[in-house]
Design a protein around this ligand. Structure first.
Ligand code: TIU
Length: 221
């Protein structure tokens, strides 16, 4: 019997052997003062609140031997993979590629691009660097998932309406069955988070399913 999550808009069945937990962009640049998110004028504490739930989601994945993918929005040191439009957006005095308090903003290998201390990948887990908001754009994610027989994705991370939602829509269009783990995702704008949850599950699950972490944990008991 497959685990079945009490999800919206209807129960979500998944086989852990064919499921990956995808944790989106839990990076210092989005969650800590001095990073890219703060430079955009956001209150980063709204994102910090989900760290314990994300730790519990990782623990669940590891206990049930689900694949784990940590995505990271970060650019090549020469910004060869950063469209000038992205760099210019917002007109920041210190923006992508510039040196800020956490090193060069959103550049791979810099302190800010790294994951927060509580959510460090374990050896054997996949770290996927991505230049865009969606994790499928200009990455090998789809090929990796297909090669390993992954059909279902449990998705969390930040921010709900930017990289999480974009990734979930990309995955849905590619045929993956996606569950948004509601309390493992957050936005700088709580009403955007709530709206995304509603728009995912509306119209019979037009983008997928949503459920709290406790419902996923219950399904795996
Ligand atoms: N600004 C914002 O809400 N998000 C991003 O720029 N990236 C991610 O969501 N990871």
């Amino acid at each position: 019997m497959k685990p079945i999550v009490d999800a919206r808009p209807y129960p979500y069945a998944f086989d852990p052997a064919h499921t990956a937990v995808v944790l989106i962009d839990m990076q210092r640049d989005f969650l800590e003062p001095g990073g890219f998110g703060a430079m955009l004028g956001n209150d980063v504490t709204t994102l910090q609140r989900i760290v314990p739930a994300c730790q519990a989601l990782l623990a669940l994945a590891r206990a049930h031997e689900m694949r784990v993918i940590h995505t990271q929005e970060a650019h090549d040191a020469q910004l060869l993979d950063c469209p000038p439009s992205k760099r210019a957006r917002g007109g920041l005095s210190c923006g992508i590629g510039d040196v800020g308090p956490l090193g060069r903003v959103l550049v791979a290998g810099e302190p800010g691009a790294g994951f927060v201390a509580e959510l460090q990948p374990l050896p054997g887990e996949t770290v996927l660097r991505k230049p865009g908001k969606g994790a499928f754009h200009a990455t090998g994610l789809d090929a990796m998932l297909r090669a390993s027989g992954i059909t279902h994705l449990l998705i969390g991370g930040v921010t709900t309406e930017v990289c999480v939602q974009t990734t979930m829509r990309e995955a849905n269009d590619r045929g993956y069955e996606c569950l948004l783990v509601e309390d493992c995702a957050a936005s700088y704008f709580p009403h955007f988070h709530a709206a995304v949850v509603e728009m995912v599950v509306a119209q019979g699950g037009i983008v997928g399913w949503a459920a709290p972490l406790a419902a996923v944990q219950d399904a795996l008991r």
